[in-house]
Write a protein of this length. Sequence first.
Length: 89
Amino acid sequence: MKAKTGFTLRHIVGEYMLVPTGESTGTDQGYILLNGVSAFIWEQLQAPVTQEELLAAMLKKYAIDEATASADLEKLLSHFQEAGLLEDY
């Protein structure tokens, strides 16, 4: 999977947000607020990556157990998918 083009991650006044760019600005998709972990995952999604690789990156960066990280990652990717933010590879 990979992040869909047309969204740029910005860090503005302590907040992370995805900002639609290019053709995405004409959709009803507005700014999407992200927390720090979600922003980290978005950055990882800039190149094609598997869910297992994302989980490994989370476990390396954060002090979290694998079961919790896996469940949280699954939820986040589901939200990204529902919002049309992911491309399959």
